[in-house]
Design a protein around this ligand. Structure first.
Ligand code: 8YV
Length: 325
């Protein structure tokens, strides 16, 4: 029997590429010199798209593929897929929730600790020989006793909140959709109220139209000159121009960012700032989690083509809760 044809939008780790190639005829869009021509040439054969959390399938691509049946996202975030168009065409969409929750939460905490305690700057200090010539580094900020504000209390937000509590932090949260946390955590009605209460604001919301620009100049002002913003979700949640202004003027103390508008390109204003920690969208990037994500993509595609129920279909939220990175 011939293997179903799938269009792969971005690269996967080698073992996942090999597993896909074993069961499907894979057309690798990211290697095409002329992507539009490549899609045109294969359009009448493609029955599935395999993509990534941050790289999507927009309306134009979906419309260009008349035989498309399923879009399998390698990531929990599905904001880059045009869900309305997929639904209108009866195209299934799957993602990879749960398997990445703990590693993404760990990474958010690692970024918070690194930013508050100056770990990356400390490493640079030792490497440059400054320790011997200039003495100790400026002191960091204590984690215990600070308040973590979790914006988005879905799976990842809840995992981050538990970790913050274990570090002796007070936990406050705001969830634009639903979601009540444990009684020990303080629920607040909106992002400004949350940022006013928080010392560290952690973004764990899904991206997309409903959360676009939610963290604006007013939220950043409320977080304030000693506040830290940690973004392990999507860049679109933050007004990036307002963030850069706030960091440059000191209206916001610091930011630890795993996601950027237009990534992998990064606005060079970030690179000039001393009060930011910059990461290349790697919160889910462990060998174990990426392998589990790859397996789930494969399981969803295989189930679809064998006519079995999908292991993890996307059930869209009214507005976002569980994120990405
Ligand atoms: C990426 C993510 O999918 O889960 C998400 O939504 O953004 C990430 O896990 C991952 O970087 C692979 O591209």
């Amino acid at each position: 029997m011939s293997k179903p044809d799938i269009l792969q939008i971005g690269p996967y780790p080698p073992q996942d590429e090999a597993a896909l190639a074993d069961r499907f005829t894979v057309h690798r869009l990211f290697e095409a010199a002329d992507p539009a021509g490549f899609v045109r040439d294969h359009a009448d054969r493609i029955r599935a798209i395999a993509t990534r959390g941050e790289l999507g399938a927009g309306r134009a691509l979906i419309d260009a593929l008349p035989r498309l049946e399923i879009i399998a996202v390698y990531g929990v975030g599905y904001d880059a897929v045009d869900l309305e168009e997929a639904a209108a065409r009866g195209i299934a969409v799957t993602n990879t929730p749960d398997v990445l929750t703990e590693d993404v939460a760990d990474f958010g905490i690692a970024m918070m600790l690194a930013a508050l305690r100056g770990i990356v700057a400390g490493d640079a200090w030792v490497r440059a020989g400054d320790w011997a010539t200039r003495g100790p580094r400026p002191l960091g900020a204590r984690v215990r006793g600070r308040t973590a504000g979790i914006l988005g209390l879905g799976r990842i937000g809840t995992a981050v909140a538990h970790r913050c509590a274990a570090f002796g932090m007070a936990v406050a949260y705001c969830d634009p959709v639903q979601g009540e946390g444990p009684a020990a955590w303080t629920g607040l009605p909106d992002p400004v109220a949350l940022a006013t209460r928080a010392d560290v604001l952690v973004l764990t919301l899904t991206g997309g139209a409903t959360t676009r620009g939610l963290v604006d100049a007013a939220v950043l002002r409320a977080l304030g000159p000693s506040g830290l913003l940690v973004n392990i979700a999507r860049a679109s949640i933050v007004d990036e121009a307002a963030l850069l202004d706030a960091l440059e003027t000191g209206a916001l103390g610091a930011a630890a960012l795993d996601v950027f508008e237009g990534e992998p390109a990064v606005n060079p204003r970030f690179q000039a700032l001393p009060n930011v920690l910059l990461q290349p969208h790697q919160a889910s990037g462990t060998v174990e989690t990426r392998a589990a994500m790859g397996r789930l993509v494969l399981d969803n595609l295989t189930a679809h083509f064998e006519g079995r129920p999908l292991p993890s279909p996307v059930i869209p939220l009214v507005s976002g809760k569980e994120p990405p990175s």
